[in-house]
Design a protein around this ligand. Structure first.
Ligand code: PMP
Length: 427
């Protein structure tokens, strides 16, 4: 079933570390070779062996309307004829910024970058420059890309591969990042009591989705808003995953809590390499060339990426999009809950909007500790069964399932049937 993928993986391993360009797409924790994808359309991806899968990886989030969405493809094709990059201002960049500011009221100004990692790295530099302080607080199991300051107890990739911290991150720099348990108000309070004057920022995933999906407990985001305001620290929501997914205005709209800075990525690029950070004018005006905090990018605001992203912005503003996404995701979760009742395995389910996780544990998953109580060997077998059954999910217990508007009810039913068979084999 996977012969060609196996051959291509062997070839890739000669030239790419581990055969891949990003560890998250390696299958090394669940089986040897990953499947190589040839093409995708709507809710489906097709591998080079001719296998077809219902896709719940969704390019790790961007494909909210499925693959090859026709408006996106058409707009990008038109832009292609005009040029791929100019390194000079274009109107689409302003239009993109306007759309973001309209949808996310806490964003007055925005800087486009090329990945989520760049967005978070730059936001933290800005927070440090703005406050004149050096330390940051992050949460154990929250992932903010691979910037040096964030590879401290960083969730999915490192958790899956069992690498708690990365060699190459200087200890001096790591010591400026304080990692505390997610949803733990007391731990935060203690850090502020001890070193509040040194804390430049608190950065978090307002819905954690890189240790599997873990929602913020009621009051947690409000607490963070309050304490950062009192202590003069910048509150940064990393909405790379949640932005335009849990609501048009992201998790900050969904939970009605306003951060100072917001990091974005994934959906705004419709599958092109894009990220962004934005926030209040007072802070954003510290960014070069208006202010002294340096940040730059040869391909930032790339016209193809902006054109694709603008189509995405139109699509998410259609009537009923988030309701439909929620209905589909609720339907899937309810089916999963039913399986959980029927099947004799330790299972726990979390969902926020169109982000879902099935954990192999009896515990209610509220933080990294409970997330990592999952039986990852069971997950690996479950993953293999799902793959052979034509359902493409993340090769890691600590990533979300992404439901898209392109998933049909029939496909969700098929997914639940394969899930049932996959789980029953593990009993
Ligand atoms: N922040 C969050 C919340 C993410 O989920 C990710 C990627 N999964 C990133 C940042 C990093 O984004 P990128 O991979 O585009 O650098």
């Amino acid at each position: 079933m996977f012969e060609r993928s196996r051959e291509e993986y062997e070839r890739a391993c000669q030239y790419l570390p581990g055969g891949v360009n990003s560890p998250a797409r390696s299958f090394s924790s669940v089986r040897e070779e990953p499947v190589f994808i040839e093409r995708a359309e709507g809710s489906k991806v097709y591998d080079i062996d001719g296998n077809e899968y219902i896709d719940f990886v969704s390019s790790w989030g961007p494909m909210l309307f499925g693959h090859c969405q026709e408006d996106v493809i058409e707009a990008v094709s038109e832009q292609l004829d005009k040029g791929t990059s100019f390194g000079a201002p274009t109107i689409v960049e302003t239009e993109m910024a306007e759309e973001i500011a309209d949808l996310i009221p806490t964003v007055d100004r925005v800087r486009m970058v090329n990945s989520g990692t760049e967005a978070t790295m730059s936001a933290v530099r800005l927070a440090r420059g703005y406050t004149g302080r050096d330390k940051i607080i992050k949460f154990t199991g929250n992932y903010h890309g691979h910037g040096d300051s964030f590879l401290i107890k960083a969730g999915s990739g490192p958790a899956t591969l069992g690498l708690p911290d990365s060699p190459g991150v200087p200890e001096d720099l790591a010591s400026l990042t304080i990692s505390v348990p997610y949803n733990d108000e007391e731990a935060i309070q203690k850090v502020f009591e001890k070193e509040g004057d040194d804390i430049a920022a608190v950065i978090l995933e307002p819905v954690a989705a890189n240790m599997g999906v873990v929602p913020p407990q009621p009051g947690f985001l409000e607490f963070l808003r309050r304490i950062t305001s009192e202590e003069g620290a910048v509150l940064i929501f990393d909405e790379v995953m949640t932005g335009f997914r849990v609501a048009a205005g992201g998790a900050q709209e969904y939970y009605e809590v306003e951060p100072d800075l917001t990091c974005l990525g994934k959906i705004i690029g419709a599958g092109f390499p894009v990220g962004a950070f934005g926030g209040k004018a007072e802070i954003m005006d510290e960014v070069a060339p208006k202010g002294p905090v340096y940040q730059a990018g040869t391909l930032s605001g790339n016209p193809l990426a902006m054109t694709a992203g603008l189509e995405m912005m139109k699509l998410i503003q259609q009537e009923g999009v988030y309701e439909e996404l929620k209905n589909k995701s609720d339907y899937l979760r309810e089916g999963m809950e039913e399986l959980k009742r029927e099947i004799d395995l330790p299972l726990s389910i979390n969902q926020v909007g169109s982000l879902l996780s099935l954990f192999f544990t009896d515990e209610r998953v509220v933080d990294y500790e409970t997330a990592t109580s999952s039986d990852t060997e069971l997950y690996a077998e479950y993953f293999q069964n799902m793959l052979r059954g034509g359902i493409y999910i993340a090769p890691s217990q600590f990533e979300a399932m992404f439901v898209s508007a392109a998933h049909s009810r029939e496909e969700l039913d098929e997914t639940l049937e394969v899930m049932e068979a996959s789980l029953k084999e593990l009993e």
